[in-house]
Design a protein. Structure first.
Length: 333
C-alpha cells in the first residue's frame, strides 16, 4: 500500500525572476548598472537559487574580438560571486560592513554553445551553497561558496569561490600591519600608467580602456608584463579600492595568455586562481605567463599558468584553459 507521500513528485527548486536587480549593497557594488543578480531565493540554511541577467552589451564584459560571440567566463564568475555574496549576507547573518577577500576562485565552462547570446538579455539560473568558515568561539573567518550555472535547461558552468572575511575596522588594521603604512586608494591615485600599454587587439580587446597590461617582454618561452589597469574604468573599479582586485588580476592573466600564444578568437573554458597576498596599488605588479601544452591539432597552446609577483614575492597564480579557436575563413578544418 502506498501513501500520498510515497507517490508525490520530488519538490522542485523555486524559479527566480528577472524583473529587477537586488539591492546593490548585498553584492558589494556601488553602481546599480553593475548588479547582475535579479532574484535570490532561499532553499535551505546554506542553499539558494538565484537569477542573474546577462547583458547583451557591456562596456567591459562584451568588449572582445572572440568569434563566435559567447558570454564571457568572467561575466559568469562575477554573477556567481554576486549571488554567493548576497546569500552570505542574507542567510549566514554576516553584517553588511564586512570585507570579502577572494582567496581562490575557479570556473569550468561545460557548454560553450549554450552561452551564445540571443536577441534578448540572457537569463542565468544559479543553484548554490554558501558555508561559513569559523575559528575559535564562532569567529567568522570566511565563506566558501559553489554554484551550478544554467541557461535554460542546460548546465553551462560550475564555479567555486572562497573568501576571507573581516569587519571594516579589522580590515583597516590588517592592511596597516601588513604594509606598515596606510595603503593608497584608487580615487587618490587617479590615472596611472607606468609604461606603454599593450596593444588592445593583441590582448583580444577593442577598447584600449579595458587593457590592463603594460608593454610585454618576451624571454624564452615566457611573456611578462606589468599589470597597469586604468583606475577610472568603472567596470573594473566600481568603487574605491586599496588594492588590485581579483577580477582585474584574472583579466590580466587572460590578456597575458593571449600575448603568450592563445588566439584572441579563443574563449576561456577553465580558470583556477589562488591569491595569497594583497596586490598593492603603489608597487609594480609583474605577471609572467608560460604555456602548459598545445591543443590537439590546433598548433596553439591550450593552457597557461600566470604568476603574479610584487617585490619578487608571489601574490597569486592563475591557470587558464582555452577552447580551440575557429579556423580562419578559407582554411580547412
Amino acid at each position: 500500500m502506498t501513501t500520498p507521500s510515497d507517490t508525490a513528485p520530488p519538490e522542485l527548486d523555486p524559479v527566480p525572476t528577472f524583473t529587477r536587480t537586488i539591492e546593490r549593497s548585498l553584492v558589494h557594488r556601488a553602481a546599480v548598472s553593475e548588479v547582475l543578480v535579479t532574484d535570490l531565493l532561499r532553499t535551505g540554511r546554506e542553499t539558494y537559487v538565484a537569477g542573474a541577467q546577462l547583458p547583451l552589451g557591456h562596456a567591459y564584459f562584451s568588449d572582445h574580438l572572440r568569434t563566435p560571440v559567447t558570454y564571457d567566463f568572467l561575466l559568469l564568475l562575477e554573477a556567481a560571486r554576486q549571488a554567493g555574496t548576497a546569500a552570505s549576507h542574507r542567510q549566514l547573518d554576516i553584517p553588511a560592513k564586512t570585507a570579502f577577500l577572494v582567496s581562490n576562485w575557479s570556473i569550468e565552462i561545460e557548454d560553450l554553445d549554450a552561452l551564445a547570446p540571443g536577441g534578448r538579455p540572457g537569463e542565468l539560473h544559479l543553484t548554490g551553497r554558501v558555508v561559513r568558515r569559523e575559528g575559535r568561539g564562532g569567529r567568522l573567518l570566511g565563506v566558501d561558496s559553489e554554484a551550478v550555472l544554467r541557461v535554460g535547461d542546460k548546465v553551462v558552468a560550475r564555479s567555486r569561490i572562497d573568501v576571507g572575511a573581516a569587519k571594516s575596522e579589522d580590515y583597516a588594521k590588517l592592511r596597516f600591519l601588513q604594509r606598515k603604512s596606510v595603503p593608497p586608494l584608487t580615487e587618490d591615485l587617479g590615472p596611472v600608467l607606468r609604461s606603454h600599454p599593450a596593444d588592445a587587439a593583441d590582448v583580444g580587446r577593442r577598447n584600449p580602456a579595458n587593457v590592463v597590461l603594460g608593454e610585454p617582454r618576451h624571454s624564452g618561452g615566457t611573456v611578462s608584463a606589468q599589470v597597469e589597469p586604468r583606475f577610472e574604468n568603472s567596470s573594473l573599479f566600481d568603487h574605491t579600492y586599496d588594492h588590485i582586485p581579483a577580477m582585474v588580476i584574472t583579466e590580466a592573466a587572460r590578456q597575458l595568455a593571449h600575448l603568450a600564444g592563445a588566439p584572441t578568437g579563443a574563449a576561456v573554458t577553465g580558470c583556477s586562481a589562488t591569491f595569497t597576498r594583497f596586490a598593492e596599488l603603489d608597487v609594480p605588479l609583474v605577471a609572467t605567463a608560460r604555456p602548459l601544452g598545445a591543443a590537439s591539432g590546433a598548433g596553439h597552446p591550450a593552457a597557461f599558468t600566470v604568476d603574479f609577483r610584487q617585490d619578487d614575492v608571489s601574490v597569486g597564480e592563475i591557470t587558464l584553459s582555452f577552447a580551440a579557436a575557429p579556423a580562419p575563413a578559407g582554411e580547412a578544418l
